[in-house]
Design a protein around this ligand. Structure first.
Ligand code: ADP
Ligand code: MG
Ligand code: ZN
Length: 516
């Protein structure tokens, strides 16, 4: 689709919300505001809190999209990313009531289909079940502004260590509600992380935002998303795209190649060795070296690679010149490294809604351990190595094989017990519990946990008031039931085919009797 046609598609999407705006808000035709621009400058000057840079950005936005001037008072900048700036604004409603709104100004280089896809997610899935909705949309030339209801929210890092266990349970429940909603429409968010899941602690309100990377997986439901996806793919294979694209980032550490099998038309992809031996790991200060060999045909990978796929650098930590000249495997990999699922990190070409569930698991891991960000990696292989330190290297290698990737790792790292890990990091480990008078002498060994936790859960569910009172000191963190770690384990399932879905997660015993 050429950009002009794409723009028309976009406009057809924009028309409807635009008319809604004309009727709901004070229209510029109702009253003449000859002094509007001057008023605007004055009001901007009055708000002395704004930095000179932000003031300038707001003025530029009014200039770029003049329709905004008559409708919105832009108050401040609340978000600034690579692909957009988000502003808090108020709109004067005809009723006289002022409503707070969030204005998302997309970078002018965004592909129209990408913008259309983002809008489509908001209009199709948004507005209920904790998925942010869209109110209006404006476009002038290449500038697009998406107007959403404003939800005041906390900074995840600020509140992480003051949240009660019950608040964490509610947070996760509401996140799964949002994910069930979008996954129902076949939408993969691709960038699930705390800054894209707004949380108003006081109002207990939640909103999944930022569909800037979202993709459709169902043929019937979200056509545009599918189109945007394949357009991105085409662009990426032709030239280095500077637009926001699901394939926009390239991993220079992974060398892969595409072969055309002579006997069949099936593409067999192989990516080559990567040396991450100098990269440090988060949880253990151990150094491991990871090599990735990917193979598009899972069965072939499992039964040993056909000879013609091997070269002399196979299973070594070098990349030979033959491999260097091979084309990179193209697979969606946008998002934030620390939240990427193993199948994304290994460039698995078929990715499903399961990738969002992995990211939700990473959020849950942060909430249970009190550490954010949990994984911090600047590249995919470091991220994969970090996952291995929690989920085990053998387990990771085995799971990767199921989706056609073979990972070579020079060091074996064991899988960790999730409860032990989280309690250690949070500082609520068994020794801490004992000092709280928990009685029985438990060993540090993780196998000693389940029985005691069952007892806690029972009390917890019966709502024993004395116990609840005691729990407030620890905010419930001394009573984390096994169900929490069971759910975490199912979210951080290395195999996307068996990973728990949002629908299943909501029915998990962890959420039994949730008070909402
Ligand atoms: P980006 O693609 O730049 O990450 P987002 O849609 O995630 O854009 O928005 C960036 C930030 O702006 C969010 O993390 C959030 O803090 C704020 N934000 C976005 N939408 C809203 C909204 N509807 N209400 C309140 N704040 C919002
Ligand atoms: Mg975002
Ligand atoms: Zn080679």
């Amino acid at each position: 689709m050429c950009p002009e046609v794409a723009l028309e598609v976009l406009d057809s999407l924009l028309l409807e919300p635009f008319f809604v705006m004309e009727t709901a808000l004070k229209s510029p035709c109702d009253e003449q505001h000859p002094q509007q621009a001057e008023d605007l400058h004055r009001s901007l000057e009055q708000s002395s809190k704004l930095s000179a840079g932000v003031k300038k950005d707001i003025e530029k936005l009014y200039e770029a999209v003049p329709q905004l001037v008559n409708v919105f008072k832009i108050k401040e900048k609340i978000g600034e990313g690579t692909f957009s700036s988000v502003y808090l604004a108020t709109a004067q409603l005809q009723t006289g009531y002022e409503e707070k709104m969030a204005l998302k100004h997309l970078i002018p280089t965004s592909h129209p289909l990408r913008i259309a896809a983002e809008l489509q997610c908001l209009t199709v899935a948004g507005g209920q079940d904790n998925v942010m909705g869209v109110k209006y949309c404006f476009r002038k030339n290449d500038h697009v502004v998406i107007v959403m209801p404003y939800l005041e929210h906390e900074s995840f890092l600020d509140i992480l260590n003051s949240l009660s266990f019950e608040e964490v349970r509610e947070y996760m429940f509401n996140l799964f509600k949002a994910l069930r909603r979008i996954h129902h429409f076949g939408i993969v968010h691709r960038d699930v992380k705390p800054s894209n899941f707004l949380y108003n602690r006081q109002l207990k309100k939640y909103a999944l935002v930022d569909f800037g990377l979202a993709q459709g997986t169902l043929d019937t439901k979200i056509e545009l998303l599918k189109t945007a996806h394949s357009e991105d793919q085409q662009e990426d294979s032709v030239h280095h795209s500077v637009q926001r694209s699901v394939f926009g980032e390239r991993n220079f550490n992974v060398y892969s190649s595409t072969y055309q099998d002579s006997t069949s038309t099936k593409l067999i992809k192989q990516s080559k060795m990567i040396d991450v031996s100098s990269r440090k790991l988060v949880t253990k200060k151990k150094i491991i070296s990871t090599k990735t060999v990917s193979n598009g045909a899972a069965r072939k990978a499992a039964s040993g690679c056909p000879l013609n796929l091997l070269c002399d650098c196979y299973a070594t930590d070098r990349v030979c010149s033959v491999c260097l000249s091979r084309r990179q495997q193209v697979a969606p990999r946008a998002g934030t490294p620390g939240f990427r699922a193993p199948e994304v990190l290994t460039k698995c070409p078929t990715q499903t809604t399961a990738i969002d569930m992995w990211s939700a698991g990473i959020i849950f891991l942060s909430l249970l351990s009190g550490r954010y960000p949990f994984f911090k990696a600047s590249d995919d292989l470091t991220a994969l190595a970090q996952i291995m330190t929690v989920r085990g290297s053998r387990e990771t290698i085995q799971a990767a094989r199921t989706f056609g990737k073979s990972v070579v790792c020079t060091q074996v790292v064991p899988t960790q017990n999730l409860r032990t890990l989280c309690e250690k990091l949070r500082g609520t480990n068994s020794s801490c519990k004992r000092s709280q008078g928990e009685g029985t002498s438990r060993s540090e060994n993780s196998t000693a946990f389940p029985a005691a936790a069952d007892k806690h859960l029972q009390n917890f569910q019966e709502g024993d008031s004395a116990l609840e009172m005691k729990a407030t000191d620890m905010k419930g963190w001394d009573l984390v039931p096994d169900e929490a770690y069971d759910l975490l384990d199912k979210l951080l399932d290395l195999n996307p085919a068996t990973r728990i879905t949002a629908k299943e997660a909501l029915l998990h015993p962890f959420f039994k009797d949730i008070r909402l």
